[in-house]
Design a protein around this ligand. Sequence first.
Ligand SMILES: Cc1ncc(COP(=O)(O)O)c(C=O)c1O
Length: 388
Amino acid sequence: MNAHAFDSLTADRLRENGSLKWTAFPGKIGAWVAEMDFPVAPPIAAALHDAVDRSMLGYLPTSLVAGMVDAYASFAADRYAWKVDPERVRPMPDVLTALEHTITHFSRPGSPVILPTPAYMPFLTLPGEMRREVIQVPMLRDADGRYGYDLDALDAAFRAGGHLLVLCNPHNPIGRVLEPDEMLAVAEVVDRHGGRVFSDEIHAPLVYPGRRHVPYASLNETTAGHTVTATSASKAWNLPGLKCAQMVLSNEADAKIWHEVGERVEEGASTLGVLANRVAYAEGRDWLDDTIGYLYGNVTRLGELLDGTGIGYRAPEGTYLAWLDCRGLDLPGGADGIAGYFREHADVVLVDGGQCGGAGHGFVRLNAGMPRPILEQAAARMLESLDR
Ligand SMILES: Cc1ncc(COP(=O)(O)O)c(C=O)c1O
């Protein structure tokens, strides 16, 4: 299905298909959880059908893992100019599992986790489940609504005992794609304190024209030496239910530790997920480029629809997530915040920025990975609800 065909998917059809996004809140437009509404890329669908026909549903074969890590290494070389040793690309069930094991094996025992905010919601809660404190470091926001790191505050967080910094690039929920200079400035702070970085690059394939994804660990030997990178085909090709991600180890010391502790975790990646990730990286590039074009049309259209409405919006540089500044709207609060208002009065389900840390209050996250006519309807309903 080419990008234009995405337009014809209706809300009824999406509900019938039964995704979490469209069924958890019956009758409403699902624009919350980060999954896209589009049909799976044809080469991936064909490979999955074929695997089922051949009853390839057993434990994960080594040859399949080898194919997947090779496909990722080629993709990283072609798209990011990052040469990784395929042996150091490890299968994982998902990116959050990679974070959990990075905290356990690669950060100082008991040390707080440093988290720039706004942040992807589970980053705020997962460390606590592991009895680790989170030090939130609010990001700076310029007059145009573009976010950047507060280097002094990051420095203070390390001085307060933090050891592992969680970076997210491209960033959920704010949509930033980091530039090398900004990352080098962060790296200097990390290195000064002997810190570690978990670089979540799950949205890496999804960057818009004029932007380029540069993996943090690819910058230089220092960043390679202090970073664990996690990524997956799951966002860009919409495969999160298949449970497969990649953890990239960029130094010998980490690879040695992981070799001793990682086997059982790696077995959590599913056979079909590893297959689908391999096919995505190797054969899904045309579909990806078409889809990026469509998503770019969506995030651009959203800007036209919100212009002059009082909802602040700066189009994302990557990801299909739109971060909407509603602080000027004077909406009634409530337990669910502003997202609760739009859910009740516009029948549009969003993520409330308050779930993204203290720096997210007054914002909502809208998932624009949907057919454009539905996106237009969602925006129209949100704006109408403000006129009541
Ligand atoms: C930045 C980011 N990291 C991690 C995840 C979760 O990924 P996984 O399902 O692989 O744990 C998401 C999902 O939305 C995400 O946006």
